[in-house]
Design a protein around this ligand. Structure first.
Ligand code: DX5
Ligand code: ZN
Length: 219
């Protein structure tokens, strides 16, 4: 069942020189989770942050840390992110040879397990893992960078996955990440999303606008 919309600002769009203050500001501004984009320059063509930064940020917020791993191989790093304070760990099926094992590793580490679908990744990847996941993340853009435009074909994918989740009767979150702004947010929610990641749209205008931006995204 679709839950009330939650907003997960991506700190990829934050001021990296003031990350602790930024995470605190998002928390004060009413964000529901903190989305941490981890990139390795190999699985995606960009490098961002790792477990050390995640750990350093943990004391700056009481919100759940929603860690999105865009790294390969991924299994060896799951423990480090769990220890650093991740609450949700999301992986891409293309990041390792044994997705089911990876998801089990995340749960054994005490985190909620998410699987992320790139724009060209088919929904069928979910067929045999639906009981092993707590969250499905639909990418609205190809992973690697903030500030890209939403790929329209993903609206239909969100709607199809919403039906699949409802048929499963499991409390799986449906998150959309990339290209979410004040125009695309309501359309993603109408299609069935209940968690929205937003980098550019959250941070636009500076800290005094975070609360208003988050509220507008939530709709
Ligand atoms: C892309 C990341 C996204 C990205 C979103 O690889 O996973 O979380 O930072 O940025 P915006 O909201 O600017 O599209
Ligand atoms: Zn992300």
């Amino acid at each position: 069942m679709q839950k009330p919309t939650r907003i997960a600002p991506s700190i990829l769009a934050a001021d990296f020189a003031r990350l602790g203050d930024e995470v605190q500001a998002l928390t004060d501004a009413g964000a529901d989770l903190v989305h941490i984009d981890v990139m390795d320059g190999h699985f995606v063509p960009n490098i961002s942050m790792g477990p050390a930064i995640t750990k350093a940020l943990r004391p700056h917020s009481t919100l759940p840390f929603d860690v999105h791993l865009m790294i390969a191989p991924v299994d060896a790093f799951i423990g480090a992110f769990a220890d650093a304070g991740a609450d949700i760990i999301t992986v891409h099926p293309e990041a390792g040879p044994h997705l089911h094992r990876t998801l089990q590793t995340i749960r054994v580490a005490g985190c909620r397990a998410g699987v992320s679908l790139n724009p060209a990744t088919p929904i069928s990847v979910l067929d045999h893992i639906i009981d092993d996941i707590d969250l499905i993340l639909v990418m609205g853009v190809n992973p690697g960078f903030g500030g890209q435009s939403f790929i329209e074909s993903q609206i239909d994918k969100i709607a199809r996955i919403r039906k699949l989740i409802d048929a499963s009767e499991r409390p799986i979150d449906l998150e959309v990440d990339g290209g979410i702004n004040f125009e695309t947010a309501p359309r993603a929610v109408a299609a069935g999303a209940d968690m929205l990641v937003a980098g550019t749209a959250t941070f636009q205008g500076g800290p005094e606008h975070y609360a208003r931006n988050i509220a507008a995204l939530r709709g």
